[in-house]
Every structure is written in C-alpha cells, then in structure tokens.
Design a protein around this ligand. Structure first.
Ligand code: ZN
Length: 239
C-alpha cells in the first residue's frame, strides 16, 4: 500500500500596505501546494495560498507584483457593495424607478408610483429586488409570448424563463423558447422585439437576410426597439 503523507496546514493573519491603506489578509500555507495564489472573495476577504515552507521573500515579491490587481479587485468589491444605494435607478418596463431602502420593513418590494421601496437588511436588498423582478417577469413574458403567437397564428411553444448573463432569448432545436427575466427592465417594444426575433427562428434558424425579413414580417419597424435594446444592454445586465 502506498505511503500517504498527511497534508500539513498553517494559517495566519497578516497585513499588507497598499499605497496609504492597510489590507488585512489570511496567509494559508499547505504542504499540498506547489505555487502561490491570491484570492479576493465577494465579501472582500483577501487570502494568499502558499506552499508550506516557501520563503517569505518569495511571498512578498508575489504580493508586490500583484498589488495593482489586488487594488482593482478590492475597489470592484466596494463598488458592487455601494451600487445598491438609496436613490439608485432601477429600470422597470422601460421606465426608471428609484430605489428607496426601508431596513425595518419586511424583506419585500413595495412599488409606489416611481419609487421601489425595498424592505429588509441592506445585504438582502439585491436578492429581494432580483426575486421580485423574476416574479414579475414570468407572467408578463408568458403573456406577451402568447399574444404574439396568437397574432401570427403559430402554436404556443414551450416557454422557459432564464437568467443567462449575456443573451435575451433563444429557441432550442427541440422548440423550447427561452426568455431572460431581465427583459422586464426593458420597454414593451424591446420585449416584443426579442419575442418576435425568437419566433422568427421557428422558420429560419440562422441570422440570414431571410431571417430579418421574417422578423420584419412578424414585427414591422423592429429596428428602433433592436437599437434601444443594444444601447440599454449594459444597464439591463447590471444585475
Ligand atoms: Zn437570433
């Protein structure tokens, strides 16, 4: 039977000077490691993984070499955390609602005129808002799809709502029509364009000229909505 050495581990808290700020991090050494790694968690916790007996000067040089990257990552984590602030603009059906935080209220969204009042602790806000959008999106997207399908005389395809991070919709070879829940942030014109785009794929699977003629047949004058969606893409995909 082969001899198996147990893995030895050590962890210590250290500090690193980055310009005029001091960054606390955990140095984890392990006999199972052969190289150095630097990680920043979503909460901004910094960890350095190192081989068990690696000389300190190597670790120090590694940190110095990656200090710019570390500074950028920490800034990105801070930006992410401050994005969900009072007054943040939340797109909804082509209009802008203003986020209003209510930490003492139940963790729910209360739409009120042009405001979106969101209860619950600040950490829970992104999830509460996202789940609200998803719950709103499902029936609306299904309804718009059914409406277009009936209008053009197709059969209602199987519908699936997705959370894809870069595409608005798709039509699978087996005929499942997927739409991104983030479309609820867009105007009805943009939503209808995406639905007609996917329905056009029922007859033309590629993006050839024939395809765009089919889109125009299903949704005349689709160009402004298509442009609008492209311009607003980054905003809609923000969360
Ligand atoms: Zn397409």
């Amino acid at each position: 039977m082969p001899f198996r050495r147990s893995i030895l581990r050590e962890a210590e808290q250290r500090e690193l000077r980055l310009g005029d700020t001091v960054v606390a991090y955990t140095l984890k050494r392990s006999s199972a490691r052969r190289s150095l790694a630097l990680r920043v968690s979503e909460a901004g916790e910094v960890t350095v993984n190192a081989p068990l007996r690696m000389a300190w000067r190597h670790i120090e040089a590694f940190l110095a070499k990656h200090s710019d990257w570390l500074r950028q990552r920490l800034q990105a984590v801070r930006d992410e955390g401050s994005r969900w602030h009072e007054g943040m603009a939340l797109p909804y059906l082509g209009q802008v609602r203003v986020l209003s935080l209510a930490p003492d209220a139940l963790p729910c969204v209360f739409p009120l005129a042009d405001r979106m009042i969101v209860g619950g602790s600040p950490e829970a806000v992104p999830q509460v808002v996202t789940e609200w959008y998803q719950a709103e999106a499902e029936p609306l997207l299904r309804e718009r799809l059914a409406l277009h399908v009936e209008r053009i005389g197709q059969r209602m395809p199987r519908f699936r709502m997705t959370g894809a991070t870069s595409r608005w919709g798709s039509l699978s070879p087996t005929g499942v029509l997927s739409l991104n829940w983030r479309l609820i942030k867009a105007s009805l014109a943009e939503i209808d364009y995406v639905i007609c785009h996917e329905l056009a794929h029922v007859r033309v699977p590629n993006h050839s000229r024939a395809f765009w003629r089919e889109v125009a047949a299903l949704y005349p004058d689709f160009e402004p909505a298509k442009d609008q969606l492209r311009r607003n893409g980054a905003l809609y995909f923000q969360f």
